[in-house]
Design a protein around this ligand. Structure first.
Ligand SMILES: [Cu+2]
Length: 96
């Protein structure tokens, strides 16, 4: 009985630990007015510890960021772009 419970706990652990799987968030970055802006935003995001990838879509004015949800939240990413001069907010609808 106790052993079964222990095994169940052990089996559920790796999944919980793997909850660190990278999350993706799409940010609206409206103030990007030229290609250089998107580079600035991307660099600002990539500098944040916990960010594994940042992709800017200049035409759509969005930044798609892969990050470690265990370490940071989208709020940290928004702060990073804002401090770089580009206030952002989370995109309302997720990408299809
Ligand atoms: Cu620019």
């Amino acid at each position: 009985m106790i052993r079964k419970t222990l095994i169940a706990v052990l089996l559920s652990l790796p999944l919980a630990a793997l909850g660190v799987s990278p999350q993706t968030v799409v940010l609206d970055v409206q103030k990007m007015t030229c290609a250089l802006c998107s580079v600035t935003v991307r660099k600002a995001l990539e500098k944040v510890p916990g960010v594994s990838a940042a992709k800017i879509d200049y035409d759509k004015k969005t930044a798609t960021v892969k990050f470690d949800a265990e370490k940071i939240s989208p709020a940290v990413l928004i702060k990073a772009t804002t401090e770089a001069g580009f206030p952002s907010r989370t995109h309302s609808t997720p990408k299809p």
